[in-house]
Design a protein around this ligand. Structure first.
Ligand SMILES: [Zn+2]
Ligand SMILES: [Zn+2]
Ligand SMILES: [Zn+2]
Length: 246
């Protein structure tokens, strides 16, 4: 199975096979730098082009879906969505442009949505009743019992320079040691890449003490009625996983 590292376009937070990345578009012409034969990623809903304001230089996100002009978040001056991209069927950003921060790919996380606005703010969009030991919890909407997590902007920007993986119910990116974890892949990918001696024990170690999945064994993951998404912490090496079903 080919990974992005095998293609010489490594992502610190994505070590799964390339076929697990839902936005990977293969070799194509980058719409941002216009270079051909580049490994490209399709920007969709929630994703943004990141452009400096011509007046004040402050970086702003422009929705890759709406493709409209926006007022600068710092000075209010107009930032124009590149006219050459407005009518394009796909907005494709190459690896270099993505890694240089010219595009931002939104991710759902265990602490709520993270798009470019959240990276600028250094606070996730949050979730109802959110509690965590890893980060300071910030009240976003007391009436809705809605809280976000304060996370260093540089770690959120790194997540936004990372592909999205295929899942049934959407991602819920995990964190450990106060950092975003690295996505390793689904059940069949990790069994192939890690070759655990005892798959049941491997699986058990992925889940917290109160997780109902601890009692399931490997069968639902083997037969595919439940999908598994495995991550590794880059600091402590611990693995965690989420799962969903259709
Ligand atoms: Zn490019
Ligand atoms: Zn400005
Ligand atoms: Zn850790």
């Amino acid at each position: 199975m080919t990974t992005f590292a095998d293609l010489d376009i490594p992502f610190p937070l994505f070590e799964a096979p390339t076929h697990e990345a839902s936005d990977y578009a293969g070799l194509a012409t980058c719409r941002l730098c216009r270079r051909g034969e580049r490994h490209c990623f399709e920007l969709g809903m929630g994703d943004a082009l990141i452009l400096p304001c011509p007046a004040c230089g402050s970086e702003n996100g422009l929705s890759a879906k709406d493709r409209g002009d926006v007022p600068c978040r710092s000075c209010g001056g107009l930032i124009v969505f590149p006219p050459s991209l407005v009518a394009k069927k796909q907005v494709l950003a190459c690896y270099d442009c993505l890694r240089e921060g010219k595009a931002a790919i939104a991710h759902d996380t265990e602490f709520g949505l993270v798009a470019w606005e959240q990276a600028v703010e250094g606070v996730t969009n949050g979730a109802p009743g959110l509690r965590t030991e890893q980060f300071e919890v910030v009240t976003i909407d007391p009436a809705e019992d809605w809280y976000g997590a304060r996370i260093p902007s540089q770690d959120l920007w790194e997540l936004l320079r990372t592909p999205v993986f295929h899942s049934w119910q959407g991602e819920s990116w995990l964190f450990c040691c106060s950092r975003p974890m690295t996505y390793l892949g689904g059940w069949s990918s990790v069994v192939q890449s890690l070759q655990p001696n005892d798959p049941d024990a491997f699986l058990l170690a992925l889940f917290g003490p109160d997780d109902e999945a601890r009692s399931w064994g490997s069968e639902p993951f083997l037969e595919g009625s439940v999908s598994l998404y495995v991550y590794r912490c880059r600091a402590c090496g611990r693995r965690r996983a989420t799962y969903d079903s259709d």
